[in-house]
Design a protein around this ligand. Structure first.
Ligand SMILES: Nc1ncnc2c1ncn2[C@@H]1O[C@H](COP(=O)(O)OP(=O)(O)OP(=O)(O)O)[C@@H](O)[C@H]1O
Ligand SMILES: [Mg+2]
Length: 250
C-alpha cells in the first residue's frame, strides 16, 4: 500500500451560475480514508465536487485545495488529474469519438515512463471490468456513448481502478446502480483504499453504499457549509431523521 498523501480543503468558497453555492468548506483527507458527504438536494455537494476538480462553470472565490502541498485552485482539470485527483461525475457525459481504452492509455502515459504496454493495459481493463460487472464490449467503444445510466457509473469506477489516483471524488456513484452493482462498486472502492491507499470523498444520499464501503467520516452539507461531522452512525441516523434537524446556516 502506498500511503502518505494528503488532500487539504480549506475555507473553500465557490460560485456556480452567479451565486455562491459552496460557502466555506474545510476537509482533510488522508490516504486510505473514506469521507462521505451527505446533504439535501441543492445543498452544493456537486458544486463542491466540481470546485475540487476545477470543472468549468464553477469558480472558486476563496480558499484552497492542496494535494501534497500543491495548490490546485487555478489549475485546469487535466493538471489536477495529473496531480492525482479523480472525479466521477453525478451524470457522466457521452464523449463521441473518444475511445475508452485509448483514453486510458493516454491518461496513464504521463504517470509512468511513457505509454503503457498494450497487453498489460488490456488485461487491466478486463480485470477492472470483471470486478464490477462492466461489459467488456464497452471497453473499445466511445466513452459512455449509448450506455445506460448504471453502465456509465460503472465506467467511472472502471477508470478509477485503471488510473489508480491517490484521491477520488465520487458524486453519487451509487445512484442509478442496481443492488448488485452498488455492492460490487462499493467493494471495489473499499479494496482500493487498501490496495494503493486511495483516499475517497464520496457524495451519496444512501447509507446502503456504506455497507461495503467503510466510512471513516460522514459530513453533512447544508446550504454550502458542513453543519455536522461524525462516524458512519451519522449516515444511518440521517436515513431515519432526514435533514430537518439541520437548519440552514446563515
Ligand atoms: N451552473 C449553475 N447555474 C445556476 N445554478 C446552479 C448551477 N450549478 C448549481 N447551481 C445551483 O446551486 C445549488 C447547488 O447545486 P448542486 O448541484 O451543487 O446541489 P447538490 O447538493 O449536488 O444536489 P443533488 O443532491 O440534487 O445532486 C442548486 O440550487 C443549483 O440550482
Ligand atoms: Mg449533486
Amino acid at each position: 500500500m502506498t500511503d502518505g498523501h494528503l488532500l487539504e480543503v480549506e475555507n473553500l468558497h465557490a460560485t456556480a451560475g452567479g451565486g455562491e453555492v459552496v460557502r466555506g468548506v474545510d476537509l482533510t483527507v488522508r490516504s486510505g480514508e473514506v469521507h462521505v458527504i451527505m446533504g439535501p438536494n441543492g445543498s452544493g455537494k456537486s458544486t463542491l465536487a466540481h470546485a475540487l476538480m476545477g470543472r468549468p462553470g464553477t469558480t472558486v472565490t476563496e480558499g484552497s485545495v492542496r494535494l501534497d502541498g500543491v495548490e490546485l485552485v487555478g489549475l485546469p482539470a487535466w493538471r489536477r488529474a495529473r496531480a492525482g485527483l479523480f472525479l466521477a461525475l453525478q451524470q457522466p457525459i457521452e464523449v463521441p469519438g473518444v475511445l475508452l481504452d485509448a483514453t486510458m492509455a493516454e491518461a496513464l502515459a504521463p504517470l509512468g515512463a511513457g505509454p503503457p504496454d498494450r497487453g498489460a493495459l488490456s488485461d487491466r481493463l478486463r480485470q477492472e471490468a470483471a470486478a464490477i460487472g462492466f461489459d467488456e464490449r464497452f471497453l473499445s467503444r466511445a466513452l459512455n456513448v449509448d450506455l445506460s445510466g448504471g453502465e456509465r457509473k460503472r465506467n467511472e469506477v472502471l477508470q478509477l481502478g485503471v488510473l489508480r489516483p491517490p484521491f477520488c471524488v465520487l458524486d453519487e456513484i451509487d445512484s442509478g446502480l442496481d443492488v448488485d452493482a452498488v455492492r460490487a462498486v462499493a467493494r471495489r472502492i473499499e479494496s482500493a483504499t487498501g490496495e494503493w491507499g486511495l483516499g475517497v470523498v464520496a457524495v451519496t444520499h444512501f447509507h446502503r453504499l456504506l455497507r461495503e464501503l467503510r466510512a471513516d467520516h460522514v459530513h453533512v452539507l447544508v446550504a454550502g457549509k458542513v453543519v455536522a461531522s461524525g462516524g458512519p452512525e451519522l449516515a444511518e441516523e440521517l436515513e431515519h431523521t432526514g435533514y430537518a434537524a439541520y437548519a440552514s446556516p446563515t
